[in-house]
Design a protein around this ligand. Sequence first.
Ligand code: NAD
Length: 293
Amino acid sequence: MTAKTIDGKAAAAELRKRVAKQVSELRANYDVQPGLAAILVGDDPASQVYIRNKERQTEEVGMASVGRRLPAETSEGALLSIIEELNHDPTVHGILVQLPLPKQIKSEAVISAISAEKDVDGFHPMNVAALSNGKDGLVPCTPMGCTMLLKDQIGDLTGMEALVIGRSNIVGKPMAQLLLAENCTVTIAHSRTRDLDQKCRNADIVVAAVGIPKLVKGDWIKPGATLIDVGINRVSKNDGSTTYRLVGDIDYEEAVQAAGAITPVPGGVGPMTIACLLQNTVAACKRQTILRD
Ligand code: NAD
């Protein structure tokens, strides 16, 4: 059996279309244009590329993009003042601060300073609590995208055995909460977990968010399982060149022989993350404008 490849690029393009439609309805019916502010501190090349992609896609769906580029030596106080200003700006409905931040700035302080209703990354303690209590809030983009791909693929997830590998605050933990909300029986594995291979063999759904190339082997996969690979790892091409290729946390070539469906790296989860950020911004805009009582 060869697994179906889950096309994250196509799913993300569909989601962006739905976001663009909501944006044009907001503009036509309520004269409101959703606005997203993206703040980058420092000049990390990967973060610059990522922020540029976010800004481009924000504009492509018809939203306003407010970019703030700050020097690497920016103090925590200066960043917090900018966030406070954006919190009060009625044209800005979503605020994101690109992580990681330079070491003089505590990311917890920054995340908590963003107004919870504009926290489109879903990292604010109030949004974390809402997710854990099963209440409405803004959900972190990567796990939200993974859940959409799983539901597109499987439909109802009720009763399925789901294994989340990784327990980070931005992927693993919220992923586990979302799967629980979909009535899965969830196991969370991490760096101290014993017998990961056996836990994997029992899982109908595996979400791998670790950062170790090809950690999950083909013979760990339950036949027909659905595999979501969040990992993005740069590995040498081993062809004598100095160029790299991207691989996930799951050994794709092996796993594809056993699984029912699998996301590729690249082209799987990655494209969904920014599309979900745009969806969160539209949702945040609606709550701050037309749905406010
Ligand atoms: P992280 O470093 O914060 O967390 C990694 C987790 O893996 C930890 O909880 C750790 O306990 C666990 N772990 C480490 N070694 C393990 C092992 N041997 N067995 C089982 N668990 C182990 O990383 P993160 O921010 O959650 O990101 C994980 C991966 O996902 C990275 O490759 C990152 O680049 C990628 N990522 C992709 C997207 C996307 O949009 N596609 C978004 C975020 C992160």
